[in-house]
Design a protein around this ligand. Structure first.
Ligand code: NAD
Ligand code: UDX
Length: 464
C-alpha cells in the first residue's frame, strides 16, 4: 500500500490551515506542507498571530510547526515532494457568466489541478477537500490526464465537516470522516492510504468509505439539511411572534423527540457563514442543470426563508423605533457570523446594517474579533452606496459601551459569550429612552433586562 510520508495542501484558509495542523499534530512521521498564493496569509501562519481566530488552534500549530508542519508559498516544491495533495481552495458562488449567483466558481480548483499536472513527476493521490459539486472529480481527472507525462493519479473526495469556532474539537473528534474514491483496485488502495492517515486518531468505524459521487454529494446534502433545520425553526419564529408562543419552548418540545433531535434548532437572525448559502445555491443550480425544477425550488426555499429572517429583523427595528431610524444611533453587538470566529462571510450583520443604513441610521458596531477593515469591505462589497458613505455612517468601536452610548437601540447579532456579562444597567443609563434591545440570538436574560427598563424584542417571542 502507498505509504504517505509527505502531504501537500493547496489553500491555507479556514479549512486547510486547521485540518493540516491537526493531521501534522497526530501524524508526527508525516511532513505536512500547507501552501498558498497569498503570501501575507502564509507569513501570518508562521507567527503567533494566526490569520484565523479559532479556539485551541494556536496550541496545535505550535506543537507541530517547524517539526512536521510547514507553511510556504513554494507551491511547486511542495507538490513535487508529496505523495498526497489536498485541494482546499475556496469555491465561492460565481459572480459572473453562466450560473452567476448560483453555481460554485471552480476556477481555483481547476488552477490547482493544472498546477499539479504541470509539476508532478511521480504518482499522486489528489484529495478534494474543498466542497465541490457532484462529478467535479471527473473534470479534475480529465485535467490531470491531459498532460500526465506517465504520472498516475488517483482522485479522492474527502469533504470537511468542521464548523468554524469549534474547528479544533471537530477535527480531533469528528462524528465521521468521509472518503470517496473509484471502486477499482488502485482507487481502493488510495482510499486505504488516506484512511490510514486519519486512523492515527479517528476510530476506523467512523471512517466512511464510499463511491466518489456519493462523497461529493453528501457534503452539499449535509449542509442543506443543517441549514434547512434553521430555516424551518426561523419560519416558526415568525408565527410565534404573532401568536405569543415562544420559539425556544417550541424548539425544546420538538427537539426532545429523538426522531427530530435537539441540535440546529436555535432560532436566530438568520444563518451566515461561507458554506450554507453557497452550498445550497450550488445544489439548486445542479438540480436546475439536471432538469429537476421541483427539487431546485424545494431547496431554494431555505435561502428565501433565511433572507426573509434577516430582513424581518431589520424591519422590526425600524418599525419599533416609530417607523424611522433616520439620524438615530443603533448599537450593534457582533459582526462575525457566529461566536468564536473572526469570519464574517455572509454574516447577517452585513445585511441588517445595510438595511438600517438605507433608512439613514447611524450604526455603531463592536465585535471582539473582527477588524474594522473587514466590516467596511463587507459593506462595500454590496455596492449599495459609495465606500465614503459607509465609512461615515458606520462607526466601529473598540469597546461595547462606546458602541451603545446614546444609542436608541441595541441589536445583538452574534452570540459572543462576553455580551451576557456586560453591565446592562450602565448601558441602560447611557442610552436614549425608550431604550430597545433587539436580541437576534435570544442570548440575554430578557426578564432582567425588562426589570432594568429596556424594551426587549426577541426572535420568536411574542409581546410581553
Ligand atoms: P478560504 O478562502 O479561507 O481559503 C482558501 C485559500 O485558498 C485562500 O487562502 C486562497 O488564497 C487559497 N487559494 C486559492 N487559489 C489558490 C491556488 N490556485 N493556489 C494556492 N492557493 C490558492 O476558504 P475556506 O473557508 O478554507 O474553504 C475552502 C473550501 O472548504 C471551500 O470549498 C469551502 O466550501 C470548504 N469548506 C469550508 C468550511 C468552513 O467552515 N470555512 C467547512 C467545510 C468546507
Ligand atoms: C457549517 C456546518 O455546520 C459544517 O459542518 C460545515 O463543514 C461548514 O458549514 P459553519 O458555517 O462554520 O459550519 O457554522 P455552523 O455552526 O453550522 O453555523 C452556521 C450558521 O448557522 C451561523 O450563522 C450560526 O449562527 C447559525 N445557526 C446555527 C443558527 O442560526 N441556529 C442553529 O441552531 C445553528
Amino acid at each position: 500500500m502507498t505509504k504517505i510520508k509527505n502531504i501537500c495542501c493547496i489553500g491555507a484558509g479556514y479549512v486547510g490551515g486547521p485540518t493540516m495542523a491537526v493531521i501534522a499534530q497526530k501524524c508526527p512521521e508525516i511532513k505536512v506542507t500547507v501552501v498558498d498564493i497569498n503570501a501575507e496569509r502564509i507569513a501570518a501562519w508562521q507567527t503567533d498571530e494566526l490569520p484565523i481566530y479559532e479556539p485551541g488552534l494556536l496550541e496545535v500549530v505550535k506543537e507541530a510547526r517547524g517539526r512536521n508542519l510547514f507553511f510556504s508559498t513554494d507551491i511547486d516544491k511542495a507538490i513535487e515532494e508529496s505523495e498526497m495533495i489536498f485541494m482546499s481552495v475556496n469555491t465561492p458562488t460565481k459572480t459572473y457568466g453562466v450560473g452567476k449567483g448560483r453555481a460554485a466558481d471552480l476556477k481555483f480548483i481547476e488552477l490547482s489541478a493544472r498546477k499539479i499536472a504541470e509539476i508532478s513527476k511521480s504518482d499522486k493521490i489528489v484529495v478534494e477537500k474543498s466542497t465541490l459539486p457532484v462529478r467535479t472529480a471527473q473534470s479534475i481527472k480529465a485535467i490531470l490526464g491531459e498532460q500526465s507525462n506517465g504520472v498516475k493519479y488517483q482522485v479522492l473526495s474527502n469533504p470537511e465537516f468542521l464548523a468554524e469556532g469549534t474547528a479544533v474539537t471537530d477535527l480531533h473528534n469528528p462524528d465521521r470522516v468521509l472518503i470517496g474514491g473509484d471502486q477499482t483496485p488502485e482507487g481502493l488502495e488510495a482510499i486505504e492510504a488516506l484512511t490510514s492517515v486519519y486512523a492515527h486518531w479517528v476510530p476506523r468505524e467512523r471512517i466512511i468509505q464510499t463511491r466518489l459521487w456519493s462523497s461529493e454529494l453528501s457534503k452539499l446534502t449535509a449542509n442543506a439539511f443543517l441549514a434547512q433545520r434553521i430555516s424551518s425553526i426561523n419560519s416558526i419564529s415568525a408565527l410565534c411572534e404573532v401568536t405569543g408562543a415562544d420559539v425556544d419552548e417550541v424548539a425544546y418540545a420538538i427537539g426532545t423527540d429523538t426522531r427530530i433531535g435537539s441540535k440546529f434548532l436555535k432560532s436566530s437572525v438568520g444563518f451566515g457563514g461561507s458554506c450554507f448559502q453557497k452550498d445550497i445555491l450550488n445544489l439548486v443550480y445542479l438540480c436546475e442543470y439536471f432538469n429537476l425544477p421541483e427539487v431546485a425550488a424545494y431547496w431554494d426555499q431555505v435561502i428565501i426563508m433565511n433572507d426573509y429572517q434577516k430582513r424581518r429583523f431589520a424591519q422590526n427595528i425600524i418599525h419599533s423605533l416609530f417607523n424611522t431610524v433616520s439620524g438615530k444611533k443603533i448599537g450593534m453587538l457582533g459582526w462575525a457570523f457566529k461566536k468564536d470566529t473572526n469570519d464574517t462571510r455572509e454574516s447577517a450583520a452585513i445585511y441588517v446594517s445595510d438595511f438600517l443604513l438605507e433608512d439613514l441610521a447611524q450604526v455603531s458596531v463592536y465585535d471582539p474579533q473582527v477588524p474594522a477593515a473587514s466590516m467596511y469591505s463587507d459593506l462595500n462589497y454590496l455596492q449599495t452606496r459609495p465606500a465614503a458613505e459607509n465609512k461615515q455612517m458606520l462607526e466601529v468601536c473598540k469597546d461595547p459601551y462606546e458602541a451603545l452610548k446614546d444609542a436608541h437601540a441595541v441589536a445583538i447579532i452574534t452570540e459572543w459569550d462576553e455580551f451576557k456579562t456586560l453591565d446592562w444597567e450602565r448601558i441602560y443609563r447611557d442610552m436614549q429612552k425608550p431604550a430597545f434591545i433587539f436580541d437576534g440570538r435570544n442570548l440575554l436574560d430578557h426578564e432582567n433586562l425588562r426589570k432594568i427598563g429596556f424594551k426587549v424584542k426577541a426572535i420568536g417571542k411574542g409581546e410581553e
